[in-house]
Design a protein around this ligand. Structure first.
Ligand code: ADP
Ligand code: MG
Length: 567
């Protein structure tokens, strides 16, 4: 293998030549502590930056096996190392200068959630460490400035590696704390089903965020404290005893006056499907990992989803057991979101009336008298919520500040009162008796059918050139067909969105064949991701981009919103 000295000589030869000559740097170079690999070289200084990777052997990296015994710990450690490397890289980014992206040194920017990313891989067997980064190869105009690149590759990066990827230079106690937190979080996740809970919110948690544009914890917020009736104490492997609110399976209402913290609690549950970093305030807020936030989503595409349990007998005679719409209404979109989440295997729905279609959620008594049931195509969620739990095991946590209609069907009613939860189940149930349920209970609906077997879409086959573009957190496009993902509120990171684009393409190329159902195709895809990692999705030769693993629920959601889906 070539060494860093060969690289140094090569750079001397390349200096002042035309930019494309940088291509000659592709390859691997042995440094004292690691191998630097230049995987993809940008075509010009204004193009997307070059892709590099750093490979540290297990022996050199030296992370003790104890630190990543569990998969959740390995994920947390990878996340921590990415953050550490990122802080180092930020010190040196743009210290080398030139035109366009010259001098950029970047890794994934991690938010509050701990996600599996292509940015960093710690091999569970060998302990080998891989870190991916992007570097803007410096130029003056379009002329190579190899002296500046030399600074980055031969001076800055070795410093970054030494300060962030070698165990012997790191604070052992801090890393142990990261591994311990991950194990405690996993312990809570595993305890939930055993205790019949769908979520846990520890006392002392800080739920609100600093602002609409910052996910950091709010300062001076009222810490969470469980009502006595719902308090649960868990014994965690590292932190020991921890008490908090256990939300039982079934139907839970969150009520209370406006601005008392209802949506903030629900939001914390939504992101409780992920683990959070220390200091976030939501480290011990853990929800059923399959939980899906359900909302109205006017305008979405629906491709043959069976929404008949909520909508039937439309005036235009359209078949609602294989409902198709290019521009769904509030109620049909929300119905599709529920049924598709069931197909994706969720056992917890999270709904906020703020973002729901009212006619999907309730119909009041007076309206029922005036408009008879057989004249109304919508069976509101209210009439199905118990059935969802009893027949399909799907629990619901619902924020309902303005309608008491759900008091009858709820198992638990929590009032948020100046940011403090109270269990008002008994009181609310007593009051509800004075308002008898207006209509006789419904017949249960036919089980929704999930028998959709998409054909591959033209122009996306293997070997065909496909334009794949991610638009931040908001969506992806495949050959200019945009998939709008703005309303998937549990997508935590733009890298997940990007990964969804790759998932969609992989499904089209390899798994949708007209025989597999959507569920079977996603099962296969997940098996591939489990076995070969997110890297399996990247089939182009231009190196592995920064991607973060999306959940199964979002993979389904992305496929379901793809307007090119052939059914
Ligand atoms: P609701 O949904 O009940 O109308 P929100 O959850 O939107 O109320 O909260 C209203 C405001 O209160 C938000 O600005 C939020 O950041 C803030 N807030 C929520 N929880 C707390 C808390 N525990 N301490 C301080 N402020 C909070
Ligand atoms: Mg609200």
């Amino acid at each position: 293998m070539q060494t860093w000295m060969d690289l140094k000589k090569l750079l001397e030869r390349l200096d002042r030549r035309g930019y494309p000559a940088y291509r000659d740097t592709r390859g691997s170079y042995q440094f004292p502590d690691y191998v630097l690999s230049i995987d993809h070289v940008q075509g010009d200084p204004f193009a997307a930056p070059s892709r590099l990777s750093i490979h540290v052997s297990g022996g050199r990296a030296g992370f003790p096996r104890e630190l990543y015994r569990l998969p959740c710990q390995r994920l947390a450690l990878q996340d921590e190392l990415t953050r550490r490397f990122g802080r180092q890289a930020a010190r040196f980014s743009f210290q080398a200068r030139g035109s366009g992206q010259s001098g950029l040194i970047a890794v994934s920017r991690c938010g509050q959630e701990v996600l599996e990313r292509t940015a960093c891989r710690l091999d569970e067997g060998s302990g080998d460490l891989l870190l991916r980064l992007e570097v803007g190869f410096p130029a003056d105009g379009r002329t190579i400035n190899a002296r500046e690149l030399g600074k980055i590759l031969l001076d800055y990066l070795p410093q970054c590696v030494a300060a962030s990827l070698l165990w012997r230079n790191l604070d052992a106690g801090r890393l142990q704390a990261v591994a311990d937190l991950a194990e405690d979080q996993q312990a809570i996740r595993e305890a939930l089903p055993k205790l019949g809970l769908c979520a846990f919110v520890a006392d002392g948690s800080i739920l609100p965020r600093a602002s609409g544009v910052s996910q950091k914890p709010m300062e001076g917020a009222v810490p969470f404290r469980s009502p006595r009736e719902l308090a649960v104490t868990l014994d965690l492997p590292h932190r020991g005893k921890i008490t908090g609110m256990g939300i039982p399976k079934g139907i839970t209402l969150i009520v209370g006056g406006g601005y008392h913290g209802k949506s903030t609690l629900l939001k914390a549950l939504e992101v409780g499907v992920y683990n959070h970093i220390a200091g976030d305030g939501r480290e011990y807020v853990i929800a059923d990992s399959s939980a899906v936030k359900i909302r109205a989503e006017d305008g979405r595409s629906i491709r043959r989803t069976d929404i008949s349990m909520f909508i039937h007998d439309l005036p235009n005679g359209r078949d609602t057991s294989a409902f198709v719409s290019e521009d769904a209404s509030g109620s049909t979109s929300q119905a599709a979101n529920v049924v598709e989440s069931m197909e994706a295997g969720t056992s917890l729905l999270l709904i906020d009336e703020d973002t729901s279609a009212t006619n999907f959620m309730v119909r009041d008594a007076l309206m029922q008298r005036v408009i008879q049931r057989d004249m109304e195509p919508i069976t509101p969620f209210l009439d199905r919520v118990r059935e969802l739990y009893e027949r399909y095991g799907v629990s619901t946590v619902l924020v309902a500040g303005s309608s008491g209609a759900y008091f009858h069907v709820a198992d638990r009613i929590i009032q948020m009162d100046r940011y403090e939860p109270r269990d008002i189940t008994a009181l609310a149930k007593r009051e509800a008796q004075a308002f008898p349920l207006p209509a006789a209970p419904l017949e249960p609906a036919a089980e929704p059918g999930f028998d959709r077997r998409p054909q591959p879409t033209h122009g996306l086959g293997e070997g065909e050139r496909v334009k794949l573009k991610a638009m931040g957190r908001d969506g992806v496009s495949l050959n200019r067909e945009t998939v709008d993902l703005r309303y998937l509120e549990q997508l935590a990171d733009g890298e997940q969105t990007a990964a969804l684009g790759y998932c969609l393409l992989y499904l089209q190329r390899h798994l949708l064949d007209g025989r597999r159902t959507v569920g079977q195709a996603v099962d296969r895809l997940e098996a591939v991701l489990e076995e070969r990692g997110l890297e399996a999705l990247c089939e182009s030769r231009s190196g592995v981009p920064f991607l973060a693993r999306p959940r199964r629920q979002e993979i389904f959601a992305c496929l379901n919103r793809y307007r090119g889906l052939r059914l």
